[in-house]
Design a protein around this ligand. Structure first.
Ligand SMILES: Cc1cc2nc3c(=O)[nH]c(=O)nc-3n(C[C@H](O)[C@H](O)[C@H](O)COP(=O)(O)OP(=O)(O)OC[C@H]3O[C@@H](n4cnc5c(N)ncnc54)[C@H](O)[C@@H]3O)c2cc1C
Length: 368
């Protein structure tokens, strides 16, 4: 049986482990942290469970892309709860609250209530989203005719560039990209095709994972173990061993050596290069190119548990924007729904105490 080492136990490493274990490999996943799962990890404080990364998924209805993938990976039993179909995302901007609804017609009709003069443009915008998504066989899991225009132009031109040609109202342009932080996109930089894939993915259907995203980790590990594989934590890979042509194993920080016929990295590419420092198999030009690729934007999260009976459950995502005053916290009082939502922006990284102070002054917050 061929031995395979996978570095990293995030969604990528564990999914890869399930696929290879099912296809006859003896799989060992090595994870540097004390908990497996990477961005699927959850934690508990004061009796509340918080997801650190993944908190909602799309296209999981029967016949949709993620539905197929969940079944393929043996995750069909994960408990899903559907977000409000009439407002799976709410964008709070410029004093208004704008809803994104599931389905082409509902999406257009809902936004057209606030922007009636843009109804035709909204149809054109959404048709383009669907065309681009449909032209990718990877996204749609369907055979897609190769359409050079859709496959190249929209991967080169930015979100801003394309939306500006379709929509006239500047506020609507901002609303349509209101959920950009979800996928760490930058308006003038990220390709429009990325925006199209994400918009289509969640517009088809949107769900939370009841009980937390760590159930995905648990089930993927169970599936690897059922096939005779294993997932080891506290195993930071520090070096990938190679012969003259290929990787032959890895060394971990605790100085254990794991031989393998196949080594797969499911971590940041820069971290991978660090494991291959004195290696001549990687060309300097390739190393230089990878190291020069800029990272996506970073994020700063504050987790809060609200006092009982003070804030109603929101069955949608809420993106709140307002001008940043003195750079630290924006308290958003919507007309209905939660009394206080706080979005903190770390404009003063040297002064984290400011965030603490602001949150303590919020009457509905029990702990954070
Ligand atoms: C804040 C946030 C919110 C998100 N929200 C959503 C969402 O709502 N819906 C959605 O679909 N997606 C969401 N995502 C994206 C999704 O969670 C990630 O894309 C996905 O989980 C990443 O999986 P990964 O395996 O690529 O990487 P990671 O999860 O980063 O896993 C990499 C793992 O490798 C380990 N590792 C690194 N170096 C080594 C080493 N040398 N040796 C051993 N182990 C190592 C790390 O400790 C880590 O556990 C979100 C991401 C973030 C950060």
């Amino acid at each position: 049986m061929n031995k395979c080492i996978i570095i990293g136990s995030g969604l990528g490493g564990l999914s890869c482990g399930v696929i290879l274990a099912r296809n006859g490999y003896q799989v060992t996943v090595l994870e540097q942290g004390t908990q497996p799962g990477g961005c699927l990890q959850c934690f508990k404080r004061g009796g509340a469970k918080f997801e650190t990364g993944m908190h909602f998924i799309g296209s999981a209805d029967e016949g949709q892309t993620l539905h197929y993938l969940l079944h393929y990976l043996g995750l069909e039993t994960i408990p899903l709860t559907r977000l409000d179909t009439s407002e799976y995302d709410v964008i709070s901007l410029a004093g208004g609250q704008f809803k994104l609804a599931n389905g082409h017609e509902a999406f257009v009709e809902t936004l057209a209530k606030d922007f009636p003069h843009e109804k035709d443009n909204l149809h054109n915008y959404f048709s383009l989203i669907e065309q681009i998504s449909g032209a990718s066989s990877l996204h749609s899991l369907r055979h897609a005719e190769n359409n050079p225009l859709l496959n190249t132009e929209y991967q080169i031109r930015s979100i801003d560039d394309i939306i500006g040609t379709l929509i006239n109202d500047p506020l609507l342009c901002k609303v349509l990209v209101g959920n950009l932080p979800l996928y760490a996109a930058e308006r003038g930089k990220t390709p429009f095709s990325t925006h199209a894939f994400i918009t289509d993915f969640y517009n088809q259907s949107a769900f939370r994972i009841a009980g937390g995203s760590d159930i995905i980790t648990k089930l993927l590990i169970e599936n690897i173990e059922k096939q005779g594989g294993r997932v080891l934590t506290r195993k930071k890979v520090t070096k990938i061993l190679c012969d003259n042509t290929k990787a032959t194993g890895v060394v971990t920080a605790d100085e254990n050596c794991y031989e393998a016929d196949l080594v797969i990295s499911a971590v940041h590419p820069n971290r991978l290069l660090e494991m291959l420092t004195d290696n001549t198999l990687i060309r300097p030009a390739y190393r230089k190119r990878i190291l020069s690729v800029p990272n996506t934007v970073g994020g700063f999260a504050v987790y809060m548990k609200f006092k009982s009976q003070t804030v109603p459950y929101l069955n949608h995502n809420f993106y709140g924007y307002m001008a940043i005053r003195r750079g630290i916290a924006n308290i958003i009082p919507p007309q209905s729904g939660p009394k206080v939502i706080c979005i903190c922006t770390c404009a003063h990284p040297n002064n984290p105490e400011r965030i603490k102070t602001t949150c303590r002054n919020m009457p509905n917050v029990a702990s954070f």
